[in-house]
Design a binder for this molecule. Structure first.
Ligand code: MLT
Length: 268
């Protein structure tokens, strides 16, 4: 069940599940999604206290007043403070990973460990910026349905999309329900985000990388290069997985999360 708090007069939705434990696992979703994207993992994380937040402009959270990964990071901090969570393991999927890095650069004291799940620390390439600008134009000219129907198929392998079309349809439906302003703010935020290689290099906690060998959005070779710059990295390279490991291989993704949490807890 979702809970809510208000930040600057805007509603923020989050969900806390599982038994009480010392280090909650916080999961941040990616672009055009909401916290329900982690539903396939939940039965596989039975011993974890899991906090999931709908980032501003997605799910049941109100649209933000300004774009940016910093704004998402501030929203997360508000939820953690409200719940009196002083330390956690934070794992962000894709855009949630970009937010995780922004959070790590601002508030490292909250993190016993953090993870990039199909995410990397690099800023957008000029081509990616161009693509996002085209996306903003499409949304602003009322073509959200077309935009989301083109977005999600590129996140899966063709084999998965053919075998489980219902997953894709459900995500496209979820994308259609997200407000235009939330989508535009996320695109602008991703365009404006900075390179966080320095944040990774400065991490004084373990960093988890969960990467898909077939990911076309976050090529694993680039992410591995970044991973090699961290002091302590736990790297999971998943064969046959593209950008949506929580659907494509929930068992391996959940093992990565459980084992990383156990490792962080033991060394904390
Ligand atoms: C996401 O899944 O959050 C996005 O694909 C990330 C991106 O476009 O860089």
């Amino acid at each position: 069940m979702k809970d809510y708090l208000h930040l600057d007069g805007r509603r923020l939705a989050y969900q806390l599940d599982g038994p009480d434990n010392r280090l909650p696992l916080v999961l941040l979703h990616g672009f055009c999604e909401d916290a329900s994207v982690f539903d396939p993992l939940m039965p596989l994380l039975p011993r974890q206290r899991v906090l999931r937040v709908d980032l501003p402009g997605f799910g049941a959270s109100d649209v933000p007043g300004r774009p940016g990964m910093a704004m998402y990071a501030e929203a997360l901090r508000a939820v953690l403070d409200d719940l009196n969570i002083r330390r956690c393991v934070l794992v962000g999927h894709s855009m949630g990973g970009y937010t995780t890095l922004e959070f790590a650069s601002r508030y490292p004291e909250y993190l016993a460990g953090y993870g990039l799940f199909h995410a990397h620390p690099f800023e957008d390439s000029p081509e990616r910026i161009e693509n996002r600008r085209r996306g903003i134009e499409m949304i602003r000219s009322g073509k959200k349905d077309l935009y989301v129907s083109q977005l999600f198929p590129a996140l899966f392998t063709p084999a998965f999309a053919a075998a489980q079309p219902q997953v894709l349809h459900a995500l496209i439906e979820q994308g259609r329900r997200q407000p235009d302003e939330g989508i535009v703010a996320a695109l602008e935020g991703m365009i404006g985000r900075r390179n966080h290689l320095d944040t990774l290099q400065a991490a004084n906690c373990p960093v988890l990388f969960v990467l898909g060998k077939e990911d076309q959005i976050v090529p694993y070779t680039e992410a591995l290069d970044a991973a090699s710059k961290t002091r302590v990295a736990d790297i999971r390279l998943l064969p046959g997985v593209a950008h949506m490991g929580m659907y494509e291989n929930p068992v391996q993704v959940a093992s990565a999360l459980n084992e990383f949490s156990a490792f962080v807890t033991a060394s904390f």
